[in-house]
Design a protein around this ligand. Structure first.
Ligand code: COA
Length: 272
């Protein structure tokens, strides 16, 4: 039985280990992780993945944390992987920061809540598959354009998305890579509620506070029971996706797609 520990204010206790692009703030049992690189649409660099993994591992062990909330800006959740950073520093092994973050996310035993406004691209959407409660602004746009970038799914989305959406809707999202919007995400159960963007973070915080007021051991056990049937499958899937993703990332199609993005032109796949 996990001992019950009273939440205490612990503002910025973990922030010292994180760069400014990731803000971490703990208060009244809720650790809020904020993507804070708005000028680059909260795209995630290797350093940010390291900070995210560290924040989650610290929150896992921190008795002051009962719930974690992910949030971005009212205009943007995350544009996914930082394309230039990925081009220059592709993840070289299973220990690459992105994979450390994904494993920490999938293994996080306490409740995870997300507040999503604006675009949520790539991992910006796939990380939500590991959150327990998701609240979306009515400006949220979800997309997983891996195929358009010469890549393949990550974060066990190739397993979890068909389970959640049904195969054909998942295939539309993953094979066509087209965006879908807040109401569609609500309809398929990817999000719990759609709210005005300016209210989204507050709604997520209010729900997180409700969770933080409950018995942590009951929350952890309930989450474990709901997920236990597929924990091993999720980790296996992540490892397999990671190997494919890494191979494709070094391939000509991804390099062309990424170079095109950096040069602000359309990719030309005719030669790859
Ligand atoms: N990696 C690196 N930089 C990114 C980025 C990414 N994934 N997404 C956006 N940026 C940068 C842009 O290069 C631009 O930088 P600049 O001001 O120095 O030119 C800045 O963020 C603003 O982006 P912009 O595209 O002008 O914003 P927008 O509001 O028109 O569009 C998005 C927002 C998120 C829809 C669009 O930026 C986008 O599609 N990004 C790429 C998403 C992607 O493919 N991610 C990879 C998933 S694996």
């Amino acid at each position: 039985m996990t001992p019950e520990i009273q939440p205490r204010d612990n503002a910025m206790s973990i922030a010292a280990t994180a760069p400014q692009d990731i803000l971490v703030h703990t208060e009244a049992g809720v650790t809020t992780i904020t993507f804070n690189r708005v000028e680059k649409k909260n795209s995630l660099t290797q350093a940010m993945y390291t900070a995210l993994a560290q924040a989650l591992l610290a929150a896992q062990d921190d008795a002051a944390t009962r719930v974690v909330v992910f949030q971005g800006d009212v205009t943007i959740f995350s544009a996914g992987n930082d394309i230039g950073d990925f081009l220059n520093h592709p993840p070289a092994s299973e220990d690459a920061p992105v994979f450390q973050f994904l494993r920490a996310l999938a293994g996080f035993s306490k409740p995870l809540v997300a507040a999503v406004c604006g675009p949520a691209v790539g991992i910006g959407t796939t990380l939500l598959l590991h959150c327990d409660l998701v609240y979306a602004g009515d400006n949220a746009a979800f997309s997983m354009p891996f195929v358009n970038l010469g890549l393949c799914p990550e974060a066990a989305s190739s397993l979890l998305l068909p389970q959640m959406l049904g195969y054909h809707r998942a295939a539309e999202a993953l094979l066509l890579g087209e965006p879908f919007f807040a109401e569609a995400a609500l309809e398929v159960g990817l999000v719990n509620r759609v709210v005005p963007p300016t209210e989204c973070n507050a709604v997520a915080q209010a729900q997180a506070k409700k969770l933080a007021a409950k018995q942590l051991s009951s929350l952890v056990e309930t989450k474990r029971l709901m997920k236990k049937g597929q924990t091993a499958a999720v980790l296996d899937c992540m490892a397999e996706e990671g190997a494919s993703f890494g191979r494709l990332l070094r391939g000509p199609a991804a390099r062309e797609a990424f170079s095109a993005f950096m040069q602000k032109r359309h990719p030309d796949f005719s030669q790859v």
